[in-house]
Write a new protein. Structure first.
Length: 135
């Protein structure tokens, strides 16, 4: 529900990837990779619409989480790892888009990793937004 509300385009991309994976058509890997890669980009954009359009995904996610200062706590270390997970998933997805090679079953693992990381990030974004402004 939170993903649908806060990042509807990213959610639509995830649904598109799932449809591609279920189809098992010859181009399923390329289509699923493209959808999941776009989900990561859109997720970052939807959380930080105030940043310039060409801002990279890592910067967007760190900004959404309250910046580097917020990532310094033990909870922040976990969140920083989630940001890195999203980034780490991006590379093999990009490779899959360009080569069309890969395994649909491996993509399912990427999909679940992506969703878990998105949920962790969204939970903290909600906390950051609810926190009273610094005096």
């Amino acid at each position: 529900d939170t993903i649908v509300r806060r990042a509807p385009t990213a959610y639509s991309c995830v649904i598109g990837a799932m449809s591609a994976m279920e189809s098992r058509n010859p181009d399923a890997v390329r289509q699923a990779c493209a959808s999941l890669r776009h989900a990561i980009k859109e997720f970052a954009r939807e959380l930080t619409p105030m940043l310039p359009p060409k801002t990279d995904v890592r910067t967007r996610l760190r900004t959404a989480l309250g910046g580097e200062g917020n990532l310094g706590s033990s909870h922040g270390a976990y969140l920083a790892a989630q940001v890195e997970l999203l980034w780490a998933v991006y590379k093999p997805l990009s490779d899959g888009v360009h080569t069309g090679r890969g395994d649909v079953d491996d993509l399912v693992v990427h999909l679940y990793s992506l969703l878990a990381a998105m949920c962790a990030v969204l939970g903290t974004v909600a906390e950051v937004e609810a926190a009273p402004p610094d005096a």
